[in-house]
Design a protein around this ligand. Structure first.
Ligand SMILES: [Zn+2]
Length: 324
């Protein structure tokens, strides 16, 4: 049976063709209608609990020396900002000097700390901004000759003034797999880096010259000792920490034997649907948050939403004996 993923809701138009035109960024920087998202040291400036879209009139006329401006997107219907708003990013330099101009109700926050409270439109901008900000922060010099490169194409390309080489934001593909075994149970892993009750899908990087499917089979064999007999691709998620693209699969095996590598993975456990819901509801097990592709894969297998103890409908489920 083929399960189709609906096309994602489109809330942004990145203006990919227009933004590489000469003078596009400069024109945008003169527009008083633009809104500005600000990143510093990998964190976004939040305002009143949401991603800050600052009116340029409220910001210093001249940003701190070394600030990089990037054109992010024009908002579309449903984003939250008025449709057609041009959103730009300012990536402040690591040493940005005195930040006394930052409004009193604003603070820099990391994505993981605020993700659960962001709107879909804010998530899309945050992730795009994070990815391109990370790239500028770590790719300042030419990999061929070591010369300081300059930001062009509205912040989407860097060029070496010495040898003319052009450099673009990098993305590292990674695979993440929900393992489904005999009796339709799911195999989840507990990593040494996590609390002992946290379980998730298994993930790893695609190596140079390797397909996503081969990487999935290899990673699953290495980390949990399971041989996958078939795979189906489900969905992907940009995860710019620092620059991953997670390719999500369901992987199928007919064996219920698994061997944690004891290097990264501490333990593995098979769950039936009833067991997983009961363990999550009781707090005996925790699974990844709802914005993650790991959760999406687990719920794809589960066939719906897995209820957590602090959800509004948890009490009803507990009363019905689901945690027994
Ligand atoms: Zn160079």
């Amino acid at each position: 049976m083929t399960i189709l993923s609906p096309s994602p809701e489109t809330l942004l138009d990145r203006q990919c063709e227009q933004r590489s035109e000469l003078g596009y960024l400069e024109t945008m920087l003169e527009s008083s209608a633009r809104r500005v998202v600000i990143f510093h040291r990998g964190k976004a400036l939040m305002s009143g609990g949401a991603l800050g879209y600052f009116d340029p009139a409220t910001l210093p006329a001249v940003p701190p020396a070394g600030t990089i401006s990037v054109y992010l997107a024009k908002t579309l219907e449903g984003h939250g900002l008025p449709s057609g708003t041009d959103v730009l990013l300012q990536v402040l330099p690591y040493d940005a000097g005195d930040l006394a101009w930052v409004p009193a109700d604003a603070e820099f926050s990391g994505y993981r700390d605020v993700a659960s409270s962001l709107s879909a439109g804010d998530v899309e901008i945050f992730i795009e901004a994070q990815a391109v900000a990370n790239w500028h922060a770590t790719h300042t010099f030419c990999p061929r000759c070591g010369t300081l490169t300059e930001s062009l194409s509205s912040g989407w390309m860097r060029r070496c003034p010495k040898d003319g080489s052009e450099h673009f934001p990098r993305t590292d593909p990674a695979v993440i797999v929900a393992i489904v075994g005999p009796d339709d149970k799911i195999l989840l892993a507990n990593n040494f880096a996590w609390p002992e009750n946290k379980y998730s899908t298994v993930a790893g990087f695609v190596e140079a010259g390797e397909s996503g499917e081969r990487a999935a089979v290899r990673e699953i064999a290495e980390e949990v000792g399971v041989v996958l007999e078939s795979l189906s691709y489900v969905d992907s998620q940009a995860w710019p920490f620092p620059r991953s693209l997670m390719l999500g699969y369901m992987g199928y095996t007919s064996s219920s034997v698994s061997t944690p590598d004891r290097v990264e993975v501490r333990a593995t456990r098979w769950f039936s649907r009833e067991e997983l819901q009961a363990e999550v509801l009781s707090g005996r097990a925790s699974i990844p948050g709802r914005l993650s592709i790991a959760r999406e894969l687990v719920e794809r297998w589960y066939g719906g939403r897995i209820v957590e103890a602090d959800d509004s409908d948890a009490a009803e489920l507990i009363a019905s004996g689901a945690t027994a």
